[in-house]
Design a protein around this ligand. Structure first.
Ligand SMILES: Cc1cc2nc3c(=O)[nH]c(=O)nc-3n(C[C@H](O)[C@H](O)[C@H](O)COP(=O)(O)O)c2cc1C
Length: 371
């Protein structure tokens, strides 16, 4: 079967996708992230010259050829050997952005080496501020261009489907799931023969196995973080700063008041608090609250080129994509990531032509017809 869209890539990676398709609890927010895009209709215009189309954008002072940044995702090395370096290479070569997770399986420096444009770095502010500071300083030294602080993970969300499936990260081989693995000989081979998967950037007391590290990391999520800590991180970093995980317009205003340069409207891909609004339905209120004083980026549920047009027409500067990146990676490694981005590039281009808007960054709310 030919690969026509992002759903096809998901099917290709199927069963492996159980690990990361999962959302929190009843997965209402996860579904809403996708479904709410379908509730928004575009209003196409005709008889405009759309022969020269441009989908480049400038975000946090950096120019991208396509309006997409790969969202930070932990443990990509489980899906494909050197998953993060594969993703960074493919994304930056395609003219997209790449954001490295602090829970990644490749080091800050390895990513900087393979990326052909400066990557972004994502951090959870941890109890161990010496470690947080060290990570920020390493990213700075390696030439990263933006720091993203993820602020919607005071504790890890409850993911019921993981419990039902008996899924653990990293995967363990047990009698109950051996059939799943038997159906994926290619993945099992790559996992067993690839480089050892570790949380490569964290300075933990015991690096012997991922379970020990995961336990340590869980104990490090800091529930006492406040706006003061954002100011601290801004001072240590000294460059463009974004907060990832904002839904409430009042929080968006506070972010601006605390000197944040970009607000990333996100509910962590429906993996944290179930029952919160979708990312795209939160976007217009946040855009209005920020009123041009910071950039706004949409993260969550983007699966089609038309989703990107809708988000940008509602005021987003660019979109981030989490699972589409992982579908590509899990199915074909770096080639699959390139494929996912190519699908988006083509779909955005087609949508621009057919909606009568040659220039992506000139879209506004007149391009949206609410239901
Ligand atoms: C498997 C997986 C791991 C993730 N790890 C992180 C992470 O380490 N840091 C972070 O800020 N967000 C993480 N996220 C959330 C993504 O950055 C992003 O917000 C989300 O995937 C966007 O929704 P989408 O998958 O619908 O595009 C993760 C998401 C998934 C699916």
């Amino acid at each position: 079967m030919g690969i026509a869209n992002i759903e096809d890539l998901r099917q290709l990676a199927r069963q492996l996708t159980e690990v990361f398709d999962v959302g929190a609890q009843d997965e209402g927010t996860l579904r809403a992230n996708n479904a709410d895009f379908n509730r928004i209709a575009l209003m196409p215009r005709v008889l405009r010259d759309v022969s020269q189309r441009d989908q480049s954008v400038t975000v946090l002072g950096q120019k991208f050829d396509i309006p997409l940044i790969l969202s930070p995702t932990g443990l990509p090395g489980v899906l494909w050997p050197n998953g993060a370096t594969e993703g960074a290479r493919a994304a930056t070569a395609a003219g997209a952005g790449f954001c490295l997770s602090s829970m990644s399986t490749s080091t800050i420096e390895e990513i900087a080496k393979v990326a052909t444009r400066p990557p972004w770095f994502q951090l959870y502010l941890m109890r161990d501020r010496v470690m947080s500071r060290a990570l920020i300083e390493r990213a700075k030294a390696a030439g990263y261009s933006a720091l993203l602080l993820t602020v919607d993970l005071a504790m890890q969300g409850q993911r019921d489907r993981d419990v039902h499936n008996g899924l653990t990260m990293p995967p363990t081989f047990r009698a109950s799931n051996v059939l799943d693995f038997a159906l994926h000989p290619g993945w099992v081979w790559r996992f067993l023969t690839g480089p050892k998967v570790t949380l490569a950037n964290l300075i933990t007391p015991d690096q012997s196995d991922l379970f020990t590290i995961a336990g340590y990391v869980n104990s490090q999520f800091d529930q006492s973080v406040t706006w003061k800590d954002i100011e601290w991180a801004k001072t240590v970093w000294g460059g463009p700063l974004a907060l990832k995980g904002i839904l409430d317009p009042e929080d968006a205003k506070l972010a601006v008041d605390h000197g944040v340069d970009a607000v990333i409207v996100s509910n962590h891909g429906g993996r944290q608090l179930d029952g919160v609004r979708s990312a795209v339905s939160s976007l217009p209120d946040v855009v209005d609250a920020v009123a041009g004083r910071a950039e706004v980026i949409l993260d969550g549920g983007v699966r089609r080129g038309t989703d990107v047009l809708k988000a940008m027409a509602l005021g987003a500067k660019a979109c981030m994509i989490g699972r589409p990146f992982l579908y590509g990676l899990a199915s074909q490694g770096g080639v699959g990531v390139a494929r996912a981005l190519e699908i988006f590039r083509n779909e955005i281009d087609l949508a621009l032509a057919l909606s009568g808007s040659a220039n992506l960054s000139k879209l506004d709310r007149s391009c949206i017809a609410w239901p």
